[in-house]
Design a protein around this ligand. Sequence first.
Ligand SMILES: [Zn+2]
Length: 190
Amino acid sequence: MPDEKRGMAFIDFDNINITARNQHNIKYLNFNKLREILLKDLRCVGCIVYLPNKMSSMISHIQKSGLEVKVVSPGKSVDGKLIFDLITNAHNDSFDVAVIASGDKDYISVVQEVKKMKKDVIIGSFSSALAHGMTSVSDGIINLDEYLHDITQKTYEYKCTNCGSDFELPFKLFANQNPLCRKCFRAQKQ
Ligand SMILES: [Zn+2]
């Protein structure tokens, strides 16, 4: 469709992930599905996940889903990086519709700014994480509560070859890969 609008999604990993975990008991998100849900009816011109440095063990999982990952260095704010990219891409006319996956109130003023640039902004959020005032400033809300089943990533069970503990991964390891739990994985990386 030539008149399809260009959509770019900006995913605040912490905001979505913490709510998914704490409120809905979702251990791992299916980022591929999340992107589909956020950008439905739009032509995807970008989908970026903003990941705090402490969660960098998630990079490969997210990249395997085909999404772009930006790791925010320690001490820097995820909001700041996301907002910078959002404004820059709006200014460069890279999209018609921005979809922000986060209900955080810190984004309210940037939504208003992007709307001044004649862009639409849609918010994707769990209802419990949606800040008061977000509905009135945005062009639409995608309620992620309605997609809990779709965005739950299937997991695989492994035993750590280093410490012997059982753990789950959101993807299958190759036969030549040693299963390592998060703790041992981190220890090995240092
Ligand atoms: Zn281990």
